[in-house]
Design a protein around this ligand. Structure first.
Ligand SMILES: [Ca+2]
Length: 236
């Protein structure tokens, strides 16, 4: 009777200790989760792919949209080698951006195609015009969330245009459905292009963070079960 009493008391003390440990780890995990959603920041995609690219000397590649090429502070220059554009005669394309992680998106920031100075002014026809934007968490299922138009480039140092977005995504598709060419009959169909793309938003806690929290809870639960088993054994 006496032994059982001591053992029960010991078990209760251990369980109280373990419960405290569990509550502490839960609070710590909650603190991590609460601290994680940072203020909205500029997101530079880690990948950019285009359904069409003019392969001329590898100068018009989609990577030029995310590598900071041609950026002068927050403006984009007029150097064609710092931009992306479709193959000749292709005036529509889809760009797919990988943000490298899950983000709560708040904005799209675009610098339009901007090569067109003096005798080459007609090349500003390549600037993207109407577009739709779709987001995805898995890169498979996309949801359209925006349809709008971009202003024509200037051939001078160009400021970005910003569009409000709302939704969680890792992947973003920008579907460009036309350019600023007004008279295709004169020059033939122009390609369509952009200079640089960024997003605005805040990171959603990484799966690794959630995994750590789950492992933490699991470990605490395991400690309690072990303590219970040990007490059950010593009480027998
Ligand atoms: Ca660029």
């Amino acid at each position: 009777m006496g032994l059982r009493h001591v053992s029960r008391q010991s078990f209760n003390q251990r369980e109280t200790m373990m419960t405290k440990a569990l509550i502490f780890s839960a609070l710590a995990a909650a603190a991590v989760a609460l601290a994680s959603p940072a203020a909205a920041a500029t997101i530079t995609p880690v990948g950019a792919q285009a359904t069409s690219t003019f392969t001329h000397y590898n100068q018009y590649k989609a990577e030029n949209l995310i590598n900071g090429s041609g950026m002068v502070g927050d403006l984009h220059d007029a150097g064609y080698a710092n931009m992306w554009m479709t193959d000749l005669g292709v005036d529509a394309a889809t760009l797919t951006f990988d943000l490298g992680g899950l983000y709560k998106l708040e904005g799209l920031k675009v610098w339009n195609y901007n090569f067109g100075v003096q005798e080459y002014a007609s090349t500003l026809d390549r600037a993207a015009n109407a577009f739709t934007l779709a987001i995805s968490t898995d890169g498979v299922t996309y949801t359209d969330i925006l349809a709008d138009t971009f202003a024509r480039g200037t051939g001078q140092l160009l400021a970005s245009e910003t569009f409000g977005l709302s939704g969680a995504a890792r992947f973003v598709r920008l579907n460009l459905t036309g350019n600023h060419q007004s008279d295709p009959a004169t020059y033939g169909y122009s390609p369509v292009g952009l200079s640089e793309v960024r997003f605005e938003g805040s990171a959603v806690p990484e799966p690794a963070t959630w995994a750590m929290m789950i492992i933490g809870f699991g470990a605490a639960g395991s400690m309690i079960r072990t303590a219970r088993r040990q007490n059950a054994f010593s009480a027998a």
